[in-house]
Every structure is written in structure tokens, then in C-alpha cells.
Design a protein around this ligand. Structure first.
Ligand SMILES: [Zn+2]
Length: 493
């Protein structure tokens, strides 16, 4: 290996040093850089393209289901933030404040939004007069700031992060529940059908729900290192925000009623989960659904075959482009094919087409799958259909590997020693009966930093909260007291 290709390639191992490996993939695959201020990152074009792919999918589904996009200020007056006490208490330690504008001290300090309920709700109150104004469904794509003093991990842990936040108001509790489940299903779909990551749906335990919420629902994804990622959350806020901000309306009898509200969000942590789930020691691995380049064509020529090989390659590139694929023909003169292979592997291009004089002569194309180097030879005449099929196969491979990881890593345990031992040895989720007391979570958390990441639900998707299913054993896996709930413990990002 030349020095140059060593510098280009990944040097850390995913299985031995997942943290270092992840940081290296993010930088070397050109997704993000570290900003001069701790806790902030710069998203580069290839990283931003991935975020846009998620945006495109979700935004389309939101609009098909009655959501309008809006934009609210990034600053929230302190007095607004204070109107819902749980929000203040929940976010207070993480809020960044603006106290000065130009040379003047501000009369009221302004919070840089940690989330926007407190600035959106008062306007929803203004805009809601009658039951005919409901449901009201607003969403904004923006960034928020939460001043956590932890180590920077691109897309997983940054003080500022990109997300979407949806905010809705409804005439009935049932309407709010339908909304919560609709959004949770769309989050599940973006993970499973766009990012090739299976997720578990459930709710957060009472003590870990969103400040002010009645219920927080979540989709959780299991990473190959055994830690869970909270993929997105959808909250039923009940009437607490509507009461704090006077979101009321006249019902059909002209009686004043208080609305029910929800909020829901997915952040660029989804990108972190995407990178972490599929990538390997050669670099980034992407499902074709989101890859900025889906197919790279690498022509392999000698001086005497160059013209023929290039002409053949260009014709294939143009056929594929016309069919709607995102294609790159890498005809750089100054790089040899081996260098190009490594570079496109590092960047996660899902499918490589290799074209040399033999392919030209036999009217064929050699195809190589990024995730496992599987090779195939296809007829030139049927290349468009073949590429379509191979990309679908690559998606399935990635999904199936992630699904296997999830299925193999949900285990049961019925004592604190077993819970600790199982998570310590295998990572993943440990399912256990739970009495509902936060102290039992604490007992596990202080030993191995694993917590209750979710509780499964029955009856979900309807117009109610859904019930946590009855555990098979009726003793809490931690304290042995009577248990009527099930909890999933895991370490998490
Ligand atoms: Zn207990």
C-alpha cells in the first residue's frame, strides 16, 4: 500500500475501537469536520446530501398527511419559556442565552431555542378560534441548541443539531393520539425503508418522557456495538401546553374547549445511526436509497484500449443516467483503478461497475457490491434492469444484516446480576419485568450506564396510549417487587 492510499483509508477497527473508527469514517468519507468551537461540527456536501435524502422522504410524507411547513425565530424570550414550567426545568441546564445585542444589554434575555413549543404554542393559540381551525399541523426544519458539556461526536452529540420539529393541535384526545402514531410510523418507515435500519417502537418510561408530555413514544435502533440509538420521538403533550398557552377553541355548540397538542422530532442523529450501522473497516457503506452516488463506473484501460473502453463506459453511464440513477463515470487519468476502487469504497458508493477491454469485447459489464464485494457479470444490453436489481439486493443485504443484529440481541433476564451480566457481555437489549420505580433503573445505571430505553406497547396505532404488555413473570427483574410492566434496558448513545 502506498503512503497515499494509507492516508486515504480507514486505520481504526470498527469492532475494537468503534468510537475512533466512527470519527475517522465521518472525516475521511467527507461527511463532516470539527468546528473551532467544541461541540459544533461543519457538515460537508456529502454529509448534507445524506440529510437532504432523509428530509426529502419525510417532508413528502408529512405534506401528504396534512402538515404545513413554517419557520419561527431561533430566539425565545425568557418569559415565553417560563410559561410551561416543565420545559423550563427540563431544559434549563442546557439553554444558551443571548444577553446582549450589539453594544446594548437586552431588557429580557433570549434563549436560543432548545425546542420550539414555547414560541410556537402562543401563535397556535392566536390562530385557533374555532373547531374548524383544527387539527392544526405545523413543522419546521431548523437547528436547535442544547449546551451539553460532553465530548463531540458528529451527528450523535453536538451542541447544535439539525432536526425537524412538528407541532400540532387537535380538538380531541383521540385526534392527538392518532397524530402521535402517524408520526411514529413515518419515523419507523424512514428508518426501515430509507436507511435500511430496523427499529423497535415503544414508549419512554414516565421519568424519562419529554418535559411536559403525557407520553413520549420512540423508535430505537440497535447499533453493532450493542448500544441503542433513540431514533426519533413523538410526544402526546395532552393539555399541558394548551393550558399554559391558552390554545382554546369554540366547539360546535360555541362552548370554549382546551385543545390537545403533540410534538415530534427527528434529528441528524439518524445520520449517525446510518453511518454506524452499515459502515465497515474500508469506510462508509450506504444504502442506495440515500447514496449521493449510487453507481460508479471505473474504466480500466491500456493506451491501446483507452478509446474503446471510454466510449463503451460513457454510453453505459448515459443509459443509467437517463434511467434516473445517480451515476459517476470516474475517468480521471491521473489515478489508477486500484486507487479509484479504494476511494469509492471509502465513500460508500453502493455499486461499482468495472469496464475493461474484455467487457467491451464480450458486451458485458462486471458489477461489484460495496458491502461484501460480491461480483456479478451482466449483459450490456440489460444493464439498466440489472443495476436496478443489484441496488435492491444491496439494500436487502444491509437491512438483513441489521435485522439479524437486532434479533440476536434482545435477551431476557430476571435478576440484577443477570441484567448486568448480559448487557456487560453482549450489549444489546435486556427485556425484564419492571415494577415502575425509577430507583430500579438507577441501580442498573450506576453500575454499567445502561438505562430503560423503551417499553413495548400493545394496541398501538389507535386512538389511545396503548398498554405496556403484561410481563410473563410478575416480579421486577431488579428489586423483586410485584411488576406489571416490561422494560428494555440498554446502553445508549
Ligand atoms: Zn423494581
Amino acid at each position: 500500500m502506498s503512503d497515499e492510499s494509507q492516508e486515504l483509508g480507514i486505520t481504526e477497527s470498527k469492532s475494537h475501537k468503534p468510537g475512533e473508527w466512527y470519527a475517522e469514517v465521518v472525516q475521511k468519507a467527507g461527511l463532516a469536520d470539527y468546528a473551532p468551537m467544541g461541540g459544533f461540527i461543519v457538515t460537508k456536501p456529502r454529509g448534507y446530501a445524506l440529510w437532504e435524502a432523509i428530509q426529502d422522504a419525510l417532508d413528502g410524507w408529512f405534506k401528504e398527511t396534512g402538515v404545513d411547513n413554517v419557520y419561527f425565530p431561533m430566539f425565545i424570550p425568557e418569559s415565553f419559556l417560563e410559561r410551561e414550567k416543565d420545559i423550563v426545568e427540563g431544559f434549563d441546564p442546557e439553554v444558551a442565552w443571548v444577553t446582549q445585542g450589539g453594544h446594548d444589554e437586552l431588557e429580557e434575555r433570549l434563549a436560543v431555542r432548545p425546542t420550539s413549543e414555547s414560541i410556537i404554542a402562543p401563535f397556535m393559540a392566536d390562530w385557533t378560534r374555532s373547531h374548524r381551525d383544527l387539527p392544526m399541523r405545523l413543522n419546521q426544519w431548523c437547528s436547535v441548541v442544547r449546551w451539553e458539556a460532553t465530548e463531540t461526536k458528529p451527528f450523535f452529540r453536538t451542541k447544535e443539531f439539525m432536526w425537524q420539529e412538528g407541532h400540532t393541535a387537535h380538538a380531541t384526545d383521540e385526534g392527538a393520539w392518532e397524530e402521535v402514531w402517524t408520526r411514529l410510523s413515518q419515523y419507523e418507515k424512514v428508518y426501515e425503508d430509507v436507511l435500511a435500519i430496523p427499529v423497535l417502537r415503544g414508549k419512554k418510561p414516565e421519568h424519562d418522557k419529554f418535559p411536559g408530555a403525557d407520553t413520549t413514544t420512540t423508535v430505537e435502533a440497535l447499533m453493532p456495538d450493542g448500544k441503542s440509538v433513540q431514533g426519533a420521538t413523538s410526544h402526546n403533550l395532552g393539555q399541558s401546553f394548551a393550558e399554559a398557552f391558552d390554545i382554546t377553541f369554540a366547539d360546535e355548540n360555541e362552548d370554549e374547549q382546551t385543545a390537545y397538542t403533540t410534538s415530534w422530532g427527528l434529528s441528524w442523529r439518524a445520520l449517525g445511526a446510518l453511518i454506524m450501522t452499515h459502515s465497515d473497516d474500508q469506510g462508509l457503506v450506504l444504502p442506495p436509497t440515500v447514496a449521493p452516488t449510487q453507481v460508479v463506473i471505473v474504466p480500466i484501460w491500456q493506451e491501446d484500449t483507452k478509446d474503446d473502453v471510454l466510449e463503451y463506459s460513457e454510453a453505459i453511464a448515459s443509459d443509467l443516467e437517463e434511467a434516473g440513477f445517480r451515476v459517476e463515470l470516474d475517468d480521471r487519468d491521473e489515478r489508477n483503478p486500484g486507487f479509484k476502487f479504494n476511494e469509492h469504497e471509502l465513500n460508500g458508493v453502493p455499486l461499482r461497475l468495472e469496464i475493461g477491454p474484455y467487457e467491451v469485447e464480450d458486451e458485458e459489464v462486471t458489477l461489484v457490491h460495496r458491502p461484501d464485494n460480491e461480483e456479478a457479470v451482466e449483459d450490456r444490453d440489460e444493464i439498466v434492469d440489472a443495476v436496478d436489481e443489484h441496488l435492491a439486493e444491496i439494500y436487502d443485504k444491509l437491512y438483513e444484516a441489521a435485522e439479524e443484529n437486532l434479533e440476536e440481541n434482545v435477551r431476557e433476564a430476571h435478576s440484577p446480576e443477570k441484567i448486568l451480566g448480559t448487557i456487560g457481555q453482549h450489549g444489546g437489549y435486556v427485556k425484564t419485568p419492571w415494577c415502575g420505580d425509577e430507583a430500579c433503573e438507577e441501580a442498573i445505571k450506576e453500575k454499567i450506564a445502561a438505562e430503560i430505553v423503551m417499553q413495548p406497547l400493545t394496541d398501538e396505532g389507535g386512538t389511545t396510549a396503548g398498554e405496556v404488555p403484561e410481563p410473563e413473570s410478575d416480579e421486577c427483574g431488579v428489586c423483586g417487587d410485584p411488576a406489571d410492566e416490561i422494560a428494555y434496558f440498554a446502553k445508549s448513545y
